[in-house]
Design a protein around this ligand. Structure first.
Ligand code: AMP
Ligand code: ZN
Ligand code: FE
Ligand code: FE
Length: 294
């Protein structure tokens, strides 16, 4: 019987609403045989998820999702699969990414206050259930959006983004981002395999431009392309499969599940499509090869 996996999802370690172990339990209940956790800017959920996956017999792969500098209106996210939790490079990287958020979030709050919205950083931290110190977690706009929703300033998370938090919104601030070269290098130095997430979000103007971006990333060591994603309809999936094959990239896929922060996304399903187990096996095989090669 065909087996399915999900290689892109978020837990409470970043801006998802289910704790890591519960994401794994949901994967099992949804009939998935494998899972990669890809929280933004942190591997804080990986240990808990891996332990639960071990108990339930779900194949697990550690991951992280990093945002890079990229011209608006596009966004570039790079997934790092198989990063080594013990890597010093990875620790430095996640610390730096958190600092970028610490610089940005108070500015968003201040701007919201100036717009007459009553919200404090403390409320946002409580929403994220963030603790200081070693287990500090990335606080993101979805946490701010959840507070705005709870306090009745908006009627949905989406409206919070459209009105305030998205690029072009009234309280938008960008965070300091890595260049794509830095993101690629640091993921590789952390023992991970860089994969371009949801290429549609690059918002490239045409296929030739998309291909140039992918080629640049391949020159920097890109290992795979996320061909299946909740934002990809059938024609995009097909287009990205062809592109991946042309550059001999591994194909990956995931739902980008965030729990109730993205209500219409179910774990294991991306725009009505499931993700074949073969995608995960190919990633695991490549990871083993790269490790052997040192
Ligand atoms: P941040 O990490 O603070 O930059 O926030 C990024 C998160 O916000 C990602 O999980 C996105 O999926 C989510 N996000 C970005 N734009 C929107 C939007 N228009 N509606 C809902 N969620 C969004
Ligand atoms: Zn997110
Ligand atoms: Fe993303
Ligand atoms: Fe994501």
């Amino acid at each position: 019987m065909a087996e399915y996996v999900d290689l892109h999802c978020h837990s409470t370690a970043s801006d998802g609403t289910l704790p890591p172990a519960e994401v794994v339990r949901l994967a099992r209940q949804s009939g998935l045989s494998g899972l990669a956790l890809t929280d933004h800017d942190t591997i804080g959920g990986v240990e808990e998820a891996a332990a639960e996956a071990g108990r339930l017999g779900v194949t697990f792969l550690a991951g992280i999702e990093i945002s890079c500098e990229y011209p608006p209106p596009g966004t570039m996210h790079i997934l790092g699969y198989g990063v080594d939790p013990k890597s010093e490079t990875l620790r430095d990287l996640t610390r730096r990414l958190l600092e970028g958020r610490d610089n940005r979030n108070p500015r968003i709050i201040q701007k919201l206050n100036e717009l007459g919205v009553s919200i404090t950083m403390r409320e946002v931290e409580q929403e994220a259930k963030a603790t200081a110190g070693e287990n500090k977690k990335p606080i993101g706009r979805p946490h701010i959006a959840a507070v705005l929703l709870r306090k009745g300033y908006v009627s949905s998370i989406k409206q919070a983004f459209d009105k305030y938090l998205a690029q072009g919104g009234a309280a938008y601030f960008d965070k300091e981002r890595l260049t794509m070269r830095e993101a690629m290098d640091l993921i590789r130095q952390s023992g991970g395999m860089p994969v371009l997430a949801h290429p549609v979000q690059l918002r490239t103007e045409n296929d030739a431009q998309l291909e140039r971006v992918v080629k640049d990333l391949v020159d920097l060591g890109l290992v795979g392309l996320e061909v299946i994603h909740s934002d990809h309809d059938a024609s995009l999936v097909e287009k990205h499969i062809k592109l991946a094959d042309r550059y001999r990239l591994l194909k990956t896929g995931g739902s980008d599940f965030h729990g109730t922060n993205k209500k219409d996304i179910s774990l294991g399903t991306a725009n009505g499509r499931r993700i074949p187990r073969e995608f995960m096996d190919a990633l695991l095989k490549r990871h083993a090869e790269l490790r052997r090669a040192g």
